[in-house]
Design a protein around this ligand. Structure first.
Ligand SMILES: [Zn+2]
Length: 261
């Protein structure tokens, strides 16, 4: 009878309740941060073998600077966030597990101030804070992950399967609920970093205009992403709660950078 207890005890020891959002919000996380970062690095390899990183250090530095500002005020500090621009006209951005965030040149061209860029990057940081990709993977591999960790197997077969699954999760998006959650976190982080949180709503308004003309490719999906009009409404409600509409948008430097894309 006692032996049956071993697995639950292991679970209690290994599984921790991690902070996954503002206000001390916690979730049950089975995959330790080190594993998540390893997984993220593998996904990064895949991304950078198929996509070209924009060859302009000034633009890269600028985006990193804005990204670091929002990452600094976020609720998750156990990963190092990185921000890279991809040389692609697609209107897209995404976050890999472990804090590796990408934005496409095409999306940057659609925006017209730094507050909008900060909002998009903060939305992606929100996915990392909430560990959306990890939660999705846990739902698929939960038990085997715990057993692998328990047995001390590093990057076993399950982990390798996870890399493929992780890439799939990112490309398909995280589903509506997770998107709303990231919008909410992103609005808060952008404001905390000193940007007018309306920047997020401005980006959705652009998506709304595009919806009629071309498929929305932000995070590469139309199906599981909420309609832009709902994101606008939710965003405005969130901004009413937290304020910050007196904060600046920072247009001048953004325009100079945009001219180099
Ligand atoms: Zn998203």
């Amino acid at each position: 009878m006692k032996r049956i207890l071993i697995v639950p005890i292991l679970l209690v020891l290994l599984v921790s309740c991690a902070t996954t959002g503002p206000g001390g919000k916690k979730s049950l996380i089975l995959i330790p941060t080190e594993t998540e970062v390893e997984l993220g690095k593998d996904v990064v390899k895949e991304v950078e073998s198929t996509e070209r990183v924009l060859n302009n250090q000034e633009v890269q530095n600028y985006v990193s600077k804005v990204g670091r500002k929002v990452a600094k005020v976020c609720d998750r500090k156990d990963v190092t966030y990185s921000f890279k621009v991809l040389d692609n006209e697609e209107i897209n951005a995404f976050a890999c597990p472990g804090g590796f965030i990408y934005i496409y040149k095409g999306l940057m061209k659609q925006m017209d101030n730094e507050a909008q860029l900060a909002a998009v990057l903060a939305h992606e940081v929100g996915h990392v804070v909430a560990r959306h990709s990890i939660k999705r993977l846990q739902a698929i591999y939960g038990y085997s992950i715990v057993m692998e960790v328990a047995l001390g197997e590093k990057m076993g077969q399950t982990a390798r399967q996870m890399v493929d699954a992780a890439a799939g999760v990112i490309l398909l998006g995280y589903g509506r609920e997770n998107e709303y959650e990231s919008d909410e976190y992103g609005i808060l982080y952008a404001k905390k970093a000193g940007y007018n949180p309306k920047g997020m709503v401005q980006v959705f308004e652009k998506f709304k205009q595009m919806e009629g003309r071309r498929p929305s490719t932000f995070e590469k999906l139309l199906m599981s992403h909420p309609p832009a009009s709902d994101r606008i409404n939710n965003g405005n409600k969130e901004i009413q709660k937290i304020g910050g509409t007196n904060l600046p948008y920072y247009e001048t430097e953004y325009a100079a950078i945009k001219a180099k894309l």
